[in-house]
Design a protein around this ligand. Structure first.
Ligand SMILES: *Cc1c(COP(=O)(O)O)cnc(C)c1O
Length: 400
């Protein structure tokens, strides 16, 4: 849980170092797996070739995914995982001779910093300098919700109405969304039943459903996948961040057999011609195998339950705090907004970041949103330190 600064300071990592770390820093089994792989095979071209670690991990990962997701496409980070999903979706329709070009996304969604990912995340407001270079994406309002939210039914209905309007033309190739939690736009949460309804309606219009689980995957929501709460399996699932336990970069786009079939065969013009030099790098895949083994162990799921219960127990107290609003939780993720506003990268968030540092915590607020997204090994006492810091920050920084 701990990071040690150059001046001897000790920081508890309450945000899993930008949401990548699952099992704590320098986890010995993952470190050993990388060292062993490095002395065997460090890299080999993956375009038209394969290697044992990649084949093993693909099979092991696919076994954990809800059917009919069964096919694994490798890349090397979260942005590429979503680029790949968008490209597969467009080419899927193209290969079948179907005219569908429109991409739908959710207002406030974040899918990475490359051009396709930026286009699908345009509404997040991070990409103003590139506005005219992004392709057209249609956005649906995101019905974010929190503890004791009286208006959620209306928000969801408005969102679904807009979706129905956009689906009328029947030219929607795919919808991309972060199931249950939008991470970068401030840990904004939505209900599983609404996510399921979006997926059902897009499917009914013969569009594909892409779940971007780059942040929510590998147990953050207290199930292995946020998809497991939703109950509707997407056609394409994007994974990265936690995939190697926070050691090395790796991206995966999982697909159904039906999608795979639309690309299979001898004709190269039907193939998905997308590859990065470090696609399926053996060291990264070795780390991912070691991390998945720990993730599937009983101890890890016990930790999800323990952290979730601990968050749930403190929720009423935080919701009653005069300096906090929109208190919310999804599994191991806890978030609240400090009253009085403040934008992303603004003075309030920087001042709060400093305050947490001085109190021995690595916590990086998103605007006025404070959140905990800890490695699963966090102790009950360390969780309490996080809650105390949130309470104290709310007293100091709220402007209600
Ligand atoms: C972080 C993130 C990405 C981008 O991943 P990178 O590895 O930073 O490129 C994409 N989607 C979601 C939901 C993310 O949280």
């Amino acid at each position: 849980m701990k990071l040690y600064g150059a001046g001897g300071e000790v920081l508890l990592d309450m945000v899993s170092s930008w949401w990548v770390n699952l099992h704590g820093h320098a986890q010995p089994e993952i470190a050993a797996a990388i060292a062993e792989q490095a002395s065997t095979l460090e890299h080999v071209i993956f375009a038209g070739y394969t290697h044992a670690p990649a084949a093993h991990f693909a099979a092991e990962l696919a076994a954990t995914l809800p059917p009919p997701l069964s096919r694994i496409f490798y890349s090397d980070n979260g942005s590429t995982a979503t680029e790949v999903a968008l490209k597969i979706a467009l080419q899927y329709h193209h290969n079948r001779g179907v005219e569908k070009h429109r991409i739908l996304a959710l207002s406030g969604g974040y899918h990475g910093d490359t051009f396709g990912a930026m286009s699908a995340g345009k509404d997040s407001g991070f990409y103003k300098p590139f506005g005219d270079k992004l392709f057209t994406v249609d956005f649906i309002p995101y019905p974010e919700t929190w503890q004791d939210d009286p208006d959620i039914n209306e928000k969801e209905a408005a969102s679904l109405n807009r979706l129905d309007e956009l689906l009328e033309s029947r030219d929607v190739a795919a919808v991309i969304l972060e199931p249950l939690v939008q991470g970068a736009s401030g840990m904004r949460m939505s209900r599983a039943s609404w996510v399921a309804e979006v997926a059902r309606r897009v499917r009914a219009a013969d569009g594909l459903v892409i779940f971007d689980e780059v942040m929510t995957g590998f147990g953050r929501t207290a199930k292995l996948w946020a998809t497991d709460w939703v109950g509707v399996t997407p056609d394409l699932l994007c994974l990265s961040k936690g995939i190697t336990g926070g050691f090395l970069p790796l991206g995966v786009t999982a697909a159904t057999e039906q999608i795979y079939e639309a690309f299979a065969g001898e004709d190269f013009s039907m193939a998905f011609a997308h590859g990065h030099s470090y696609t399926a790098n053996p060291l990264c895949v070795a780390a991912a195998r070691a991390s998945l083994k720990i993730t599937k162990g009983a101890e890890t799921s016990t930790n999800w339950t323990r952290i979730s219960a601990s968050h749930a127990a403190v929720l009423p107290e935080l919701a009653a705090h005069a300096g906090l609003e929109r208190v919310r939780q999804c599994g191991t993720i806890l978030a609240a907004d400090v009253c009085g506003g403040g934008e992303y990268g603004g003075n309030l968030s920087l001042a709060m970041r400093d305050f947490f540092m001085k109190n021995g915590l690595l916590m990086r607020p998103l605007g006025n949103t404070i959140y905990l997204l800890p490695p699963f090994i966090i102790s009950d006492q360390e969780l309490q330190q996080g809650y105390d810091a949130i309470t104290e920050a709310a007293y100091r920084f709220s402007r209600s």
